[in-house]
Write a protein that binds this ligand. Structure first.
Ligand SMILES: [Zn+2]
Length: 88
């Protein structure tokens, strides 16, 4: 019984850690505030389902994916730059 208890406890800790980091990741990725009814970039209507699924959403699917592509490039570039400057 004692062995079973400690194993369950370890699994639960792992689940808690996973959920917590997942929430933090989601929070870091989502903009703050109310969802917009229309895309900030192209002003197309954002479906209500999308606004509910992504609180604080500001762009349509098209613009969001384009922005994420750009952000990925910028993040990679900055990460490399910061690493170099920190080493010196
Ligand atoms: Zn758009």
């Amino acid at each position: 019984m004692a062995v079973g208890w400690s194993r369950d406890g370890a699994v639960q800790e792992q689940i808690d850690a996973t959920v917590e980091s997942g929430v933090q990741l989601a929070k870091s990725r989502l903009p703050e505030g109310e969802s917009l009814t229309h895309c900030e970039e192209c002003e197309i209507a954002i479906p209500e389902a999308r606004r509910k699924a992504m609180p604080g959403v500001r762009y349509c699917v098209q613009c969001q994916s384009e922005l994420e592509e750009k952000q990925k490039t910028i993040t990679l570039y900055n990460r490399r730059g910061n690493k170099d400057s920190q080493l010196k």
